[in-house]
Ligand binder design. Structure first.
Ligand code: FAD
Length: 311
């Protein structure tokens, strides 16, 4: 096992961890981040971010991620590529396994985010972020006065579809079997169905997202066994979340029913000295601004935890 004990190991280098690292390193708290894929996380692969405060004309996701990374590095954050496969507590310290090697830390911040479940049909990957979306708050405003398709029949699909009714002239909701959304949401949706702004398609599978001249133009579906096509300007998929918490299965860290990490008001998990922030946290609002805010909160809690340990 390595001899060095880090003040804080951050798992993931998305907006939440990078924001936390800006705060910790600026206060001379020794900080290392391990990222298994892209520094900047989901923000780095988002075309344009239109709702992050401070950029009146929006900002390219990659540019925002680069700014966050440089700002964290300016204060001394160490960003390393590495896949974290486990956390355990030993002799009052946290031990984080990175690419098979153990790293000791007084505190840990888990900011590994969540992925959106995909439907795996032709066109989904090709038009990701450019006609195929997974977040209505993020991208709904690009579809003012357009037609949309929403895929999914659970609570999140209904919530997001209801939100999209403020922009789209018409929404076709494609539901593989039957509606699983709550009674309250179904009731709220009914008035849009009655007005003709929303059409529900039950027993309908999504087969292909089709583009014309490089723009999403229709979706091919099988509805009650019959294949047909629905014209649309964009597709929003809400078929569930995949929190990046598989690596915590033997850690003793408490997760909620969908696998997101439970924390207290200081963003500490049930393991002392282990914190969580951003899209991986139960109750997170899945936005860059909130992930960054939670990163700042977690950093201040980490500072307090380390200060209390010194006393
Ligand atoms: C297509 C799309 C468009 C979006 N548009 C917007 C928008 O316009 N506005 C907005 O506010 N939000 C938007 N979002 C949401 C926003 O990107 C997220 O809310 C935000 O990135 C969450 O930040 P995070 O740091 O919590 O997690 P993430 O950005 O997901 O970062 C987590 C990082 O942890 C890494 N990681 C995971 N597991 C491990 C491991 N075991 N070891 C090491 N590293 C690991 C991942 O590789 C990732 O880089 C969008 C999301 C998507 C998918």
């Amino acid at each position: 096992m390595a001899e060095t004990v880090r003040d804080v190991v951050m798992i993931g280098a998305g907006p939440s961890a990078l924001a936390a690292a800006i705060y910790t390193t600026r206060e001379d708290i020794d900080t290392v981040l391990y990222e298994k894929s892209v520094v900047g996380g989901l923000a780095a692969i988002t075309d344009v971010v239109d709702n992050y405060p401070g950029f009146e004309d929006g900002v390219e996701g990659l540019k925002l991620a680069e700014h966050l990374e440089k700002q964290a590095e300016r204060f001394g954050a160490q960003i390393e590529f590495g896949d974290v496969s486990g956390i355990r507590q030993e002799n009052g310290l946290n031990v984080v396994t990175v690419d098979g090697e153990d790293v000791q830390a007084k505190t840990v911040l888990i900011a590994t985010g969540s992925d959106y479940k995909k439907i795996g049909v032709p066109g989904e990957k090709e038009f990701y972020g450019r006609g195929v979306h997974y977040c209505a708050t993020c991208d709904g405003a690009f579809y003012r006065d357009k037609r949309l398709v929403v895929v999914g029949g659970g609570n999140s699909a209904y919530q997001e579809a209801l939100f999209l009714t403020r922009y789209a002239t018409h929404i076709d909701i494609l539901i593989r079997s039957d509606v699983r959304a709550s009674e309250v949401l179904q009731h709220d949706m009914q008035k849009f169905v009655d007005s003709g702004q929303v059409t529900l398609h039950l027993n309908t599978s999504t087969d292909e997202i089709v583009a014309t001249d490089g723009r999403v133009s229709s979706v091919t579906v099988t509805e009650n066994g019959e294949s047909h096509s629905i014209e649309t300007d964009g597709v929003f998929v809400f078929v569930g979340l995949l929190p990046n918490t598989d690596f915590l299965k033997d850690s003793g860290i408490e997760l909620d029913e969908v696998g997101l990490i439970k924390t207290d008001a200081h963003l500490q998990t049930n393991l002392p000295g282990v914190f969580a922030s951003g899209d991986v946290r139960s109750g997170a609002t899945m936005q860059i601004a909130s992930a960054v805010g939670e990163g700042a909160t977690a950093a201040l809690s980490i500072r307090e935890y380390l200060d209390n340990k010194k006393d």
